[in-house]
Every structure is written in C-alpha cells, then in structure tokens.
Design a protein around this ligand. Structure first.
Ligand SMILES: Cc1cc2nc3c(=O)[nH]c(=O)nc-3n(C[C@H](O)[C@H](O)[C@H](O)COP(=O)(O)OP(=O)(O)OC[C@H]3O[C@@H](n4cnc5c(N)ncnc54)[C@H](O)[C@@H]3O)c2cc1C
Length: 398
C-alpha cells in the first residue's frame, strides 16, 4: 500500500475533495476575477480541520504529518482547485512555522520546522496571538522576505530593524508578498545589523501599526485568486516581544523553512501535471477530428502516455524525498532536485495539455488555461530553478 493510500488518508482525500467541490469550484472563477479569496473560506476550511493539517494540536492545529499535508495539496489541485488557491488559503503554511518551531513545537506538514525546539522568550505568546487565531480561520498571515532589490540573495536583505528600548524601529520595503493585501500580520525578515550583513531576525508586524502601509495589489500572469502586495515600513515601532526566536537567528530559520516550502511547491507542480493529464485525456477521448476521436491517433496517445509518465515519475521522486525529510535526514540538495524535477515535469505537461485542447485551451473557460498560467510561478517562488541548481551544484562539491 502506498504511503498516501492508507484508509485514514483516503478519508482525508475525500474530505478535501468534498470541500473543493462544495466550497471552491462554484466560486473560483469569481475569486480569480476579484483577485482574492474571501475570509469566510478560511473559517470554513478551519471548521473541518483542513487549515490546521500539519500543525500540532498543541498550537491549535489538526495534527497530521508531512504526508497528510501532501495528500491535501494533491487533492485540492486534482479535484479542480489550483496552486493559486493553495497560495491564498494556505499562506499560513509559510507565515506560521517559524513561530511554532520557536515555541518548541514542530509544524509537521510540508512546513515542518526544525529550529531546534526549546522554550524561547515570548514565543508561546506569539502562538496564542497569531498561530491559534490563524489556524482557526479568523486571522490571515503573510511571510515577507523578498525586497524590490532582490529575492534570491536572502542574506542581502536591506529592511532594517534598529533596537530602541522595548521596540524595534523598522524601515524598508518588501514586494511580491502573497496575501499581503489581506494579511492581518506579516512575518517579516529584517536585518538586525548593518544592511547586507546577513544578520537577520523575524518580526511579526501587525497591519495598522503606524508607518506600515500596504501598497498596490500587484497584477500577475497567474495565481489570480491569490492577492499579492508591496509593503512599506517607515519608522514602524514593533515590540521586541514580536520577535520570533533569538535576535540574528532569522537567516537559519528562513533557510530551514524554505526546504518545506520547496517540497510544497514540488507537490503542487506534479499535482498540477497530473490534473492536466486527466483534463487532456478526457478532452482527447471526446474531441473528434477528421471523423475520429483524438485519442485514437497513435501520436496523441503517445503524447498522453509521455505526459502521464513524466507526472508519475515526478510524484514518485517527490514522495521519496519527502519520506527522507520525514525521517529527519538532511536532504537539502534532494529537496532542491525534487522541486526542479517536479517543476520541469509540470511546465512540459501543462504546455502539451493546452496544445491538445486546441483553441479552447487558450480560453478562460478552459481549466487547463488557468493551470498553464498558474504553473509558471512554481519555478520562481520559494527559490528559483537557478538557485535550486546552485544548491545542487554545491551538494555535488562544485
Ligand atoms: C506570485 C508571487 C508570489 C510570491 N510570494 C512571496 C511571498 O509570499 N513572500 C516572499 O518573501 N516572496 C514572495 N515572492 C518572491 C519570490 O520568492 C521571488 O520572486 C524569487 O525568490 C526570486 O527573486 P527575485 O524575483 O528578486 O529575482 P532575482 O533574485 O532578481 O533573480 C532574477 C533572475 O536571476 C536568476 N539568478 C539570481 N541569482 C542567480 C545566480 N547566482 N546564478 C544564476 N542565476 C541567478 C534567478 O534565478 C532569476 O531567474 C513571490 C513572487 C511571486 C511572483
């Protein structure tokens, strides 16, 4: 039996599919036009336990492990949702794990934290103020690392936080921040030494704090139902109690949780590929050209066979790497390879799936059109394909 095919996980799959069918599919096109998902969706997902999957019950989560999170991610996309929906509804997957880990917990899902545990100053309070309400669907969080000057070089972050008594004074700006328009709080990477020193810390900054402004909603190629924002900080006073973990531990925390985000993006990539194989197969069975179904042509059958093979191979490799992550192995290089393998499979499959749909594939009415646009970000977010290759090359001793 496959690790994701246990009776419990089959049930989790059914729960997820029912949620998507009932709560998402009738509205997704409207949310894509509106540029965001409604807050009520967070509460609904929380009520049935989906929002908290992968987070321990001790911090308000639903429990479950890495493969439970994988099952939810796979099923959201395979039942007609999208990676954009995951980005919008599960942004807490990147906004919260640092807080959970610093408080001594472990977020066990794709966003598993490995900060070393231990009871650190003030962090239980952060769990009560931010983690619990977010997992209950009453707050929305975001993670802000990327800056206008660059995202790949995290150590070069220029947003500064200068200590002033019981507060930090934050100055700088962030961009491309997922859920930044709607977020009630932002887990923000700041430099707690001179800009570019790489001495980073993570501060939780509340919306409404004087000097913190949310800029324009950024318009994008894909992920239309996921709001994306620029953020500006001018002399923003943030209580020291809103710091996650010790000062200058931010870089390590970001890197540790990047690995989890990358596995999540890899899962979204192969699940998108699988969904597109399903859509294209259905289309090719039904669509007739020159008096015969497309699927009766050997060329088309072989193309579908190759797409299916590519998606399944990516899935198998990501699962293998995930199993090693779950076992606690240090597999930074393998996680980078898993992301690149899954993204390459996805890129190729969504392109061919759209092609097989002909003109209809290019229309907004076609689900494959949305996946084609949404897929493009997977090789950029959470570390680009090139940065993954840098990590892999380093792992090879180059
Ligand atoms: C829709 C969307 C949502 C996002 N959500 C978030 C979010 O929630 N929070 C957040 O913090 N960020 C977010 N990002 C930002 C994302 O993580 C960055 O865009 C990404 O890390 C790349 O950074 P950059 O855009 O600054 O590109 P750059 O770092 O400027 O890189 C530009 C190009 O150069 C390449 N490159 C860079 N360095 C090297 C090198 N050494 N060798 C070879 N090639 C190199 C890159 O691969 C890329 O192709 C989001 C972005 C988008 C588009």
């Amino acid at each position: 039996m496959s690790i994701v095919d246990t009776p419990e996980r089959r049930q989790l799959r059914e729960l997820t599919r029912a949620f998507v069918t009932r709560e998402v599919l009738p509205h997704l096109a409207d949310w894509e036009r509106a540029g965001e998902v409604p807050r009520a969706l967070h509460a609904t997902a929380a009520k049935i336990g989906l929002l908290g999957i992968g987070f321990p019950e001790s911090v308000g989560g639903s429990g479950g492990d890495l493969f439970d999170s994988i099952v939810v991610t796979e099923e959201i996309i395979r039942s007609g949702g999208s990676s954009g929906l995951i980005a919008a509804l599960f942004t807490h997957g990147i906004a919260l794990p640092h807080m959970v880990a610093a408080a001594g917990g472990q977020s066990g899902g794709l966003l598993r934290g490995r900060l070393g545990g231990g009871q650190l100053r003030g962090d239980d309070d952060l769990v009560d103020r931010y983690v619990r309400p977010t997992l209950a669907g009453t707050m929305i969080g975001a993670l802000a690392i990327t800056e206008p000057d660059g995202g790949s070089d995290v150590a070069a972050i220029r947003t500064t936080a200068r200590r002033d008594g019981d507060h930090y004074v934050v100055n700088g700006s962030k961009t491309y921040i997922t859920s930044g328009v709607r977020a009630d709080f932002v887990t923000t990477a700041v430099c707690t030494d001179f800009p570019g020193s790489g001495e980073l810390s993570l501060l939780v900054i509340d919306k409404g704090t004087p000097g913190f402004t949310v800029g324009r909603r950024l318009e994008k190629l894909g992920w239309h139902c996921s709001d994306t924002a620029e953020l500006s900080f001018v002399d923003v006073r943030v209580p020291v109690t809103n710091r996650i973990g010790e000062e200058n531990t931010g870089f390590l925390a970001i890197m540790q949780h990047f690995a989890a985000e990358r596995l999540s993006l890899a899962t979204q990539a192969y699940a998108t590929a699988q969904r597109c194989v399903e859509l294209a197969t259905r289309w090719c069975r039904d669509r007739e050209t020159f008096g015969r179904p497309l699927a009766s042509r050997q060329l088309v059958r072989h193309r579908l066979a190759e797409m299916h093979t590519r998606a399944e191979a990516a899935r198998a490799y990501v699962h293998e790497v995930a199993a090693r992550v779950a076992a606690g192995e240090p597999v930074v290089t393998e996680v980078a390879m898993a992301k690149n393998v899954a993204v390459a499979a996805c890129d190729q499959v969504v392109d061919q799936a759209l092609q097989l749909h002909g003109g209809f594939g290019y229309l907004r009415d076609a689900e494959v059109e949305r996946h084609y646009r949404d897929a493009r970000i997977l090789g950029i977010g959470g570390g680009t394909t090139e940065i993954m290759n840098e990590i892999i090359a380093k792992g090879m001793g180059l």
